[in-house]
Design a protein around this ligand. Structure first.
Ligand code: AMP
Length: 306
């Protein structure tokens, strides 16, 4: 959860730094150098796009990873960035690299970054063909995710996460005789519910095959009762795409998470901390300060039962 939160919160910073990087690199770049020195530039690009990728491919394969993984890593590394600028700077300062070399590195970085999406497009074209021919001899490719049987339920409620929050929602629906289906990563948690005849699915609801099995297109409500907003966001996005009319109620723990889930398509986002505060305020209103102290323990016991 911590790494997911760090990734989520650092996204705006990443965008700001990306803009800064491209503006500063662009200001240093002399476009006329492409016409002035085409051959040295082509050689630089060849080394970056193919030499570096080939080295990365051989290293990954040497560690006995599948060829598909090696190709993905090679495509990711078929470009250079800020680290090469630092090396070029040190090379220049120590007179190991002429100024023309630094210009070539800069031009190579900008052009290779621009060409990188093409490398990934080529990879998308190449990988399925490679897999079909079973050319991956070093290690078998990961098996495709097993399709889970799609529920026959329609007009139902889907509860994602059957922990402290999801269970209370499920019990309320059971009392009202409403049909629901629970999705949980932990099989143990679902055992009791399954024994009670409620349909359950074990798995991570953020995975496409798990969410598809809940039939979001045929459901009327989706309750996302998991604490991780990052995964909850992925679930909201997929469910909204499957059913634009689905009522999505999600759980959050900060204002940023509320905004995130709402922006992805959740109709209502309940922030846990706000509800705790609401409960506390209700309690303060219910028992003003002048309440006789001897009655307080009895009332506390009543509240605990509720
Ligand atoms: P609690 O915080 O006690 O309400 O528990 C949250 C529950 O959600 C736990 O039982 C988790 O196993 C479950 N959970 C967390 N993430 C997912 C997910 N992506 N898909 C399904 N269940 C999940």
């Amino acid at each position: 959860p911590l790494s997911q939160r760090a990734a989520q919160e650092s996204l705006p910073l990443r965008d700001a730094f990306a803009v800064l990087f491209f503006v500063s690199a662009g200001m240093l770049f002399d476009p006329a150098s492409i016409i002035r020195e085409p051959w040295p530039l082509l050689a630089t690009l060849f080394i970056i796009l193919f030499g570096k990728s080939l080295a990365a491919f051989l290293i990954v394969v040497a560690f006995r990873h599948p060829a598909s993984t090696a190709l993905t890593i090679s495509a990711s590394l078929a470009q250079i960035g800020e680290f090469s600028f630092i090396l070029a700077e040190i090379g220049g300062a120590t007179n190991l690299l002429p100024k023309a070399g630094r210009d070539l590195i800069l031009a190579g970085a900008i052009i290779s970054i621009m060409l990188n999406p093409l490398m990934f497009a080529a990879l998308d074209w190449l990988l399925p063909r490679l897999e079909r021919r079973r050319a991956d001899v070093l290690a078998p490719a990961a098996p495709p995710p097993a399709e889970i049987r799609v529920t026959q339920l329609t007009e139902h409620t889907i509860i994602v996460g059957y922990g402290r929050v999801g269970r209370l929602v499920g019990e309320a629906l059971q009392q009202r005789g409403q049909t629901f289906l629970a999705v949980e990563t932990s099989e143990d948690i679902l055992k009791q519910l399954k024994d009670a005849g409620v349909e359950t699915i074990v798995g991570n609801a953020a995975r496409g095959n798990v969410l598809r099995a809940t039939n979001p297109a045929g459901a009327h409500t989706l309750v996302i009762a998991i604490p991780e907003a990052f995964e909850a966001g992925q679930i909201v996005e997929q469910a909204r795409a499957a059913n634009p009319g689905l009522r999505i109620v999600a759980r959050a723990h900060s204002d940023a998470e509320v905004d995130h889930l709402r922006s992805l398509g959740a109709d209502v986002v309940i922030m846990g901390e706000r509800e705790i505060a609401r409960g506390m305020i209700e309690e303060l209103d219910r028992r003003p300060p002048d309440t006789a102290p001897e009655l307080a323990p009895q009332r506390d016991a009543e509240r605990a039962q509720v």
